[in-house]
Ligand binder design. Sequence first.
Ligand code: ADP
Length: 265
Amino acid sequence: MEAIRELIKESRKIVLKVGSNVLSDDKGVVNSENLKNLVDQTMEFIKMGKQVVIVSSGAGICGVGAINKWTRRDDISYKQALCAIGQVELMLGYKEAFMAHGVHVAQILLTREDFQDRYRTLNMRNALFTLVDEGVVPIVNENDSVCVEEIKIGDNDTLSALTANLWNADLLIVLSDIDGVYDKDPKKNGDANFIEEVWDIDGLLQEIDVFGKSDFGTGGILTKIEAARRVNEYGASMILLNGKKQNILKDAISGEAKGTVFFPR
Ligand code: ADP
């Protein structure tokens, strides 16, 4: 789509949100080839002179991959423990993949409280700006091991929008397992119609059905649309793309990718 190509061309600061589904294979295990492919494509942005911050899910499934004896434990403390273990695995994956290009990565773990405190917000902003200015790729995730339900942001769609606004990004790219927004869930409705461009989110929400959640994701399509609303309010655009497709970012750069673009009014 030409609109996607144009938007990427004119955006300098890009936040890339990577869903667990994008990194995992059919069994729900993080696939190192998927991760490497994603990092190789991110390097295309960097080679074009763009700055990139990644917001990545996947700590939970990486934890299960590392220690599978806890898979049936439902207690919240075990879930947090799994995320703590998996976060290391996830970052190791990113570090190795970026190091192949001579690029350093940095880990930033955030909670909702961090965004509510002016002092912390300022510190986070400074850290982000410094890292990116020095050519390092920050990789942001929610700090799951200190977050209980009451203080959780809860999904990385929202976290990626908050991060985009904090860093004054021009563009948020959300990679999910779907080509974009349809008027109803295309996994359940063969006749769902694809929506290429959105200028009015309230209008969109009146026209479409947003039910259904995929196996490993936590947000659903509604949190993606609400993330778009957040960045649009700050004058940035959002593109929703299918990260399950090989070379989706390269295709986006060349204008061949299908996706939904949310423009600020
Ligand atoms: P992620 O794990 O990447 O955050 P989610 O699984 O949380 O993604 O959300 C994307 C899913 O939302 C899609 O795979 C799709 O099945 C579902 N969905 C429900 N309604 C819609 C809709 N109107 N348009 C597109 N996807 C929809």
